[in-house]
Design a binder for this molecule. Structure first.
Ligand code: AMP
Length: 116
């Protein structure tokens, strides 16, 4: 059984992080330490620690993460200027929170895709 992270508490609103979106499958909120003018995290409500743990049963939630990303990008006014969607997996990608999440970043030029 995977250990819960702070993101489960945010989903259940046990800590008062404002939600930008929530439905039966996914939730979204602003990153606490933004790397760009717009930096939102979109997560499945189900605890999936890493992308390596994704199964076919999760495909609906993972697809929903993209439609929510599109909707939030429009609401942020960054859909036309552009944005980047990022999912980090494990050590070499620098994953810090082991509840998968999609970073939606934009609102300014983002530079090259990888900085190592
Ligand atoms: P990653 O490195 O892909 O695991 O990204 C984890 C992200 O979660 C980082 O960008 C953190 O700033 C963000 N984060 C950690 N704790 C919180 C929190 N309580 N509320 C919002 N974002 C958080």
């Amino acid at each position: 059984m995977a250990e819960e992270t702070i993101f489960s508490k945010i989903i259940r609103q046990e800590i008062p992080t404002p939600l930008l979106y929530q439905d039966d499958l996914v939730s979204a909120f602003r990153d606490i330490s933004p790397n760009a003018k717009s930096h939102i995290l979109i997560i499945p409500n189900k605890l999936i620690p890493t992308v390596n743990d994704v199964t076919e049963d999760d495909e609906l939630a993972l697809g929903r993460m993209f439609t929510v990303a599109k909707k939030l990008a429009k609401e942020e006014g960054i859909d036309e200027s552009g944005y980047r969607l990022i999912m980090n997996c494990n050590k070499h990608a620098g994953q810090e929170v082991f509840h998968i999440h999609m970073h939606l970043v934009g609102g300014e030029p983002l530079g090259k895709m990888l900085s190592i």
